[in-house]
Design a protein around this ligand. Structure first.
Ligand code: ADP
Ligand code: F6P
Length: 322
């Protein structure tokens, strides 16, 4: 193996840069050159690349975002676009490719593998919706961003005796909502796995009010149905029993910012292990971290397994939020 490519794809997440650095430095330690592919599969199609040297990745582990930039690339999913990507791998003389991204990006990596490209995936997504890794790169930082916001909102909620609905990201997953609901001391977590209708909400709210709590903090996943907007609208129509309600949508602040120590370490280890897997001749696998060890799992298996939020986490919230 003489030349590898690395790309970051899908939603950016803190730790992508530490992963790129891990890939480049481990490749160099094994006399392999790394070509950085810009804007995910978009750059693979157009050949937008740059040689990554040890110096060009110096100091980047502490930066959020991705120096290679990222993209969602519908063209890659067309036969013509996919063919262009395959041809570009040939043209660039890339012997192996590291794809760092979420489940969509990993599906793309699997397609490349099936077409004969040596390809290893690394899970990156604040959603923590990818199986066969305890955590994806970016989750820890996003959780810390969210609990900082919850702590601040709690001050206002308590001072005004309000209900705050804090909408967090996660796409179809409720992991971020459940984890930050526990860490942030929310009264209620609403997620796709744990939906709540308006009647249930009114009775929970009344119970919390009767207990003399000064606030009612609800962390709600963006994928929940009914969603945060619908529930808050319904509360307006019901006259806000107990607490006046406000909605805060955290949005993309959750994806940016300085990666936590945990994310930098995770990303460095997964980047390093991905290159080692390519050197060993592995392909069509994802490198995850389970029980403190890096593990390699076939992408087909990873992508076939749903990752619902742990039941224990959901029941813990019920117990400790009272
Ligand atoms: P993420 O990787 O964060 O989940 P997306 O789902 O948007 O983000 O996927 C990123 C890119 O991966 C897409 O724009 C597309 O180019 C590629 N991709 C997604 N799903 C597939 C698929 N089923 N087959 C091939 N490529 C895919
Ligand atoms: O997958 C990461 C994520 O931030 C999801 O939580 C969210 O639903 C989605 O990406 C938002 O995507 P975009 O930045 O394209 O609006």
């Amino acid at each position: 193996m003489k030349i590898i490519g690395v790309l970051t794809s899908g939603g950016d997440a803190p730790g992508m840069n530490a992963c790129i650095r891990g890939v480049v430095r481990t490749a160099l330690a094994n006399d392999i050159l790394t070509i950085g592919i810009k804007r995910g599969y978009t750059g693979l199609i157009s050949g937008d690349t740059q040689l990554l040297t040890s110096r060009s990745v110096g100091g980047i582990a502490r930066w959020g975002g991705t120096i290679l930039q990222t993209a969602r690339c519908p063209e890659f999913r067309t036969p013509a676009g996919f063919k262009k990507a395959l041809d570009m791998v040939d043209e660039l003389a890339i012997d192996g490719l590291v794809v760092a991204g979420g489940d969509g990006s990993l599906r793309g990596a699997l397609e490349l593998h099936k077409a004969g490209i040596k390809c290893v995936g690394v899970p990156v997504s604040i959603d923590n919706d990818i199986s066969f890794t305890d955590m994806s790169i970016g989750v820890d930082t996003a959780m810390n961003t969210i609990i900082n916001a919850i702590d601040k909102i709690k001050d206002t909620a308590s001072s005004h005796q309000r209900a705050f609905f804090i909408e967090v990201m996660g796409r179809r997953s409720g992991y971020l909502a459940a984890a930050t609901g526990i860490a942030g001391g929310a009264e209620l977590v609403i997620s796709p796995e744990n939906p709540v209708n308006i009647d249930e909400l009114l009775s929970i709210m009344a119970r919390i009010h009767e207990r003399g709590k000064p606030h009612f903090i609800v962390v709600i996943a963006e994928g929940a149905s009914p969603n945060a907007h619908e529930l808050v609208e319904a509360l307006h129509c019901s006259g806000h029993p107990g607490f006046e309600a406000r909605l805060t949508v955290l949005g993309h602040v959750q994806r940016g910012g300085t990666p936590s120590a945990y994310d930098r370490i995770l990303a460095s280890r997964l980047g390093d292990a991905a290159v080692k897997a390519l050197i060993e001749g592995q392909s069509g696998v994802m490198i995850g971290m389970m029980n403190g060890k890096t593990i390699s799992t076939p992408l087909e298996k990873v992508l076939a397994k749903e990752r619902p939020v742990d039941e224990d986490m959901l029941s813990l919230i019920d117990t400790i939020s009272l």
